[in-house]
Design a protein around this ligand. Structure first.
Ligand code: S3P
Length: 190
């Protein structure tokens, strides 16, 4: 098995916009690789005992980002080798990007706006659980958010997985195949 820097067993983190399938694919991936699966947003809601929306309402986006950063730091410290589904904006802080790289491989589930909008709009809870990040609202802001984040997702990802056709099982299998090829190597930091 390949090892990332500082002797850790490398894990895999999934990044991508809301509705790109990180949680569903992450669960399958963890099962296939026999690893623990951790959903960062779920971890936050359990440890804060509040929904993501309540955290946004009470502390704003910056308060949420602070909580998110602390949760990710603890995870990367203690859950070596795990499969992590990140929240779509977890990649915004450089400190988080550094931690994700340290954890292991980073896989971008890349889905188009129309796919994501359709997926989120299909169930009202998908929108209700996701507080808007701009005055445009959760569905209408997707395009602007993707324009802002795509270069960051791209730069951070070791592997980009097209996720428009969300057959989670197939997507997880393709990630396992990529992983199994041993293509992932991270040079040790000096
Ligand atoms: C966010 C995505 C959400 C959640 C929060 C902020 C974002 O996670 O972390 O609402 O900034 O894109 P999902 O990507 O799991 O919906």
């Amino acid at each position: 098995m390949s090892r990332a820097n500082d002797g850790r067993i490398p894990g895999i983190s999934l990044i991508g916009l809301r509705g790109s399938g990180k949680t569903t694919v992450g669960e399958r991936l963890a099962r296939k690789l026999d690893r623990d699966f951790i959903d960062l947003d779920l971890l936050i809601t359990l440890s804060e005992r509040k929904s993501i929306r309540s955290i946004f309402d009470e502390s704003g986006e910056s308060g949420f980002r602070d909580i998110e950063e602390n949760a990710l730091a603890a995870l990367v410290e203690h859950a070596h080798g795990s499969i992590i589904a990140t929240g779509g904006g977890a990649i915004l802080r450089e400190s988080n990007r550094d931690r994700l790289r340290r954890h292991g491989a980073v896989v971008w589930l890349s889905a188009g706006i129309d796919t994501i909008r359709r997926r989120l709009a299909a169930r009202s809870s998908e929108v209700d659980d996701r507080p808007p990040l701009t005055p445009l609202g959760t569905l209408d802001e997707l395009e602007a958010i993707l324009v802002e984040r795509a270069p960051i997702y791209q730069e951070l990802a070791d592997f980009t997985m097209p996720a428009d056709d969300l057959d989670a099982e197939r997507i997880a299998s393709e990630i396992v195949a990529w992983w199994g090829e041993g293509s992932f190597r991270r040079e040790p930091k000096p």
